[in-house]
Write a protein that binds this ligand. Sequence first.
Ligand SMILES: Nc1ncnc2c1ncn2[C@@H]1O[C@H](COP(=O)(O)OP(=O)(O)O)[C@@H](O)[C@H]1O
Ligand SMILES: [Mg+2]
Length: 417
Amino acid sequence: MAKQITIEHVFKVFGDAPQDALDLVQQGMSKSEILARTGQSIGVFDADFEIQAGEIFVIMGLSGSGKSTLVRMLNRLIEPTSGRILVDGTDLGSLSPRELRALRRKDISMVFQSFALLPHVNVLDNTAFGLELAGVDRAERQAAAQAALEQVGLDGWGASYPDELSGGMQQRVGLARALASDPSILLMDEAFSALDPIIRTEMQSELLRLQEVKRRTIVFISHDLDEAMRIGDRIAIMKDGQVIQVGTPDDILRNPANDYVSHFIRGVDAAAVFKAGDIARRALTVVNEHSDRGCRPALRMIEESDRDFAYVLSPRQRYLGTVSAESLRRALQGHVGTLGLQHAYLDNVPSIAVDAPVANLFGQVAAAPCALPVVQADGRFAGVVSKTMLLKFLDRDTPPVPPSPPSSVTATTGSAA
Ligand SMILES: Nc1ncnc2c1ncn2[C@@H]1O[C@H](COP(=O)(O)OP(=O)(O)O)[C@@H](O)[C@H]1O
Ligand SMILES: [Mg+2]
């Protein structure tokens, strides 16, 4: 079972007179002032938040912001100067050395950026290394290591030696070593930061896949915001030992807590984070298939509203197709009487799923003759995305998030793409 972690007003001061530093903290003095005055270095400053069971919680911040100090307090590799850390309600500070060892062996594993694989030991035994230290017998630890290697896609590599593996594969062994004890909490301190970008993306996907198979509580440290946005269920942003904001990737992008966070996220690839549904706007011309009774009234409406295209919806707001003045005229040519709109649907106007990343839309939207319809999973129309809207989205001076699309769409006219 994944476990919850509660962090209550935790401070860590490095130095021989931590209490002096904490007193100054109480008086409102900053980390840098305290360092200058007392020589005490504040690693973590009043961290106070919860990490929920089963989530990937990313801690991010620049180098020196206190990420490693914070994560090392979660398994008491570093003792807090003050404050409490609870794992499923148990205060880590209250554990005896024996209980603490048991916790590290069974419940909490840690993966580092560079961890030493033993060069003269094969991959299977390297994976079983933690279990060996914990005194697990050979047959049991090898079975567990084998299962862990399978989980990270290294089935069949157990008999190889580390120098036969690429850097990415070695990092997988590190992950397998952490998984071998089947921990409910995984602490990953910049575990992917040294990998080249392609392997790194691969490992991120791997972690998300592992999380699908079995949910763990993962505390993942990164200084890469794109990585954090991609894998984090929630993210904490740290600066100078303080946790400045905790929220979902969306929360943080939409409502940065302060200028620092705004500045920090400016470099993020918003197009990969935002979905079509986030930027879709109310459509310009919508015709209701039922009430408008076919091509002739639709053509009249398009002409009267001085538009070229219209989106056709069912009475229940399902998106049915897109017509143009031209396609309607063509369909009506030589036809007498009522003609259903389906005869005039354009075949070069694909619909976009609401959850399609904005990054994937550029090609389609650029190639389309009109703004593209955005459609919910149940087929309902969610608005359109035009070339202009994508350009505005790319313009970093414009806030990335327009108001939410309307929940129901009625026939409206407005300015098109
Ligand atoms: N053992 C230590 N002794 C003194 N200062 C330390 C020690 N470990 C970390 N620090 C200080 O604590 C702060 C946070 O460091 P760290 O947690 O390693 O940051 P990050 O992992 O975000 O790069 C830094 O100012 C660092 O210099
Ligand atoms: Mg660090």
